[in-house]
Design a protein around this ligand. Structure first.
Ligand code: UTP
Length: 309
């Protein structure tokens, strides 16, 4: 059966983007003229996904509203005699896409949800026995040629009958301790699609020579849920998805990585620096206003050069 279900965890607090994210979910911040989560959903649809579950929270209702149907808006535009093409393009109901919503609970007496493993666990009854995709709602994989990273991941997952297939990209050595790091089997280390021997959450310097980081995209078999249930919470109380994946490897299951390819760019909107850069890149690609923004940036840079001694 082709994989047509995806889960997007969006229940995190987004504290690194405060105060921007006090009332606006970080996944709703625009990258160009579309919210980040909208880019993620389009990426999933292009890879064959038709049913999408958001694992959300009470502060993220704007996401649910964004994916509500467009019929009322369309009617209002048509009554005003305005061009509705831009909106019709995103009418998901007409495109046969279904959205589902559930909430990740904050434990009684707690102040925050219990991490990405706990968020994925909330998708168990939606997923049933199917293989499924997980895409974090704050990361975009953009550009490059078809097949996309996710399309290559799904194809590899099927071909190898893997338990889990992870999107991966190379980070610089000083960044290794900020990411979940994937350790390929030695004989496959240079390959674009490789089997893994370990996965380590935010390793300290010297723990591994691998620089291959998890890139917010996964394909799982439903067996991941049993592994999540068996994971002990980390020191901060969170249940890491990485620890559940590590258990798959320890149990001899096939876990693979597929690398981000040439021309593909990974945008992770976790902090302001990364967010600003993401916005500028997508705005510059806008067919209508991108060239104008480029002219504006050139003027600004010229003015800076004149002003600086
Ligand atoms: P992050 O690791 O960036 O965490 O989550 P965060 O809570 O959103 O942000 P900070 O660290 O406080 O700044 C990656 C993705 O996983 C979701 C987030 O919404 C984000 O899209 N997530 C994270 C959950 O759904 N539940 C969680 O418990 C944690």
């Amino acid at each position: 059966m082709p994989i047509d279900k995806a889960v997007i965890p969006v229940a995190g607090l987004g504290t690194r983007l405060l105060p921007t994210t006090k009332a606006v979910p970080k996944e709703m911040l625009p990258a160009g003229r579309l919210p980040i989560i909208h880019h993620v959903v389009e990426e999933l649809i292009a890879a064959g996904i038709r049913r999408i579950l958001f694992v959300s929270s009470r502060s993220k209702v704007a996401i649910e509203n964004h994916f509500d149907d467009y019929s009322q808006l369309l009617m209002a535009l048509e009554l005003d005699g305005r061009d509705a093409r831009e909106v019709v393009r995103f009418d998901y109901r007409q495109r046969g896409i279904e959205f589902f919503f559930t909430r990740q609970q904050v434990p009684l007496g707690g102040t925050k949800p219990l991490g990405t493993g706990d968020a994925v666990a909330a998708a168990e009854s939606f997923v049933g026995d199917s293989d499924f995709v997980v895409a974090f709602g704050d990361s975009i994989i953009h550009g490059g040629e078809e097949p996309s990273l996710l399309q290559r991941m799904v194809a590899s997952h099927d071909h190898h009958d893997a338990a889990c297939t992870i999107g991966a990209w190379n980070v610089s050595p000083d960044q290794v301790s900020n990411y979940g790091i994937l350790v390929p089997r030695e004989q496959e280390a240079a390959e674009a699609d490789c089997r893994l021997q370990d996965v380590i959450e935010k390793p300290a310097a010297g723990v591994t020579s691998s620089r291959l980081a998890i890139s917010a995209r996964y394909v799982f078999r439903a067996e991941i849920f049993a592994q999540i249930r068996a994971v002990a919470p980390a020191q901060n109380g969170e249940i890491y998805l990485t620890d559940a994946i590590r258990r798959l490897i320890e149990n001899g299951r096939e876990v693979r990585a597929v690398r981000v390819g040439e021309g593909e760019q990974r945008y992770d909107i976790g902090n302001h620096r990364a967010y600003f850069r993401t916005f500028v890149d997508f705005a510059l690609e806008d067919p209508e206003w991108g060239p104008d923004l480029m002219d504006y940036l050139r003027e600004r840079i010229k003015a800076e050069d004149v002003d600086s001694p």
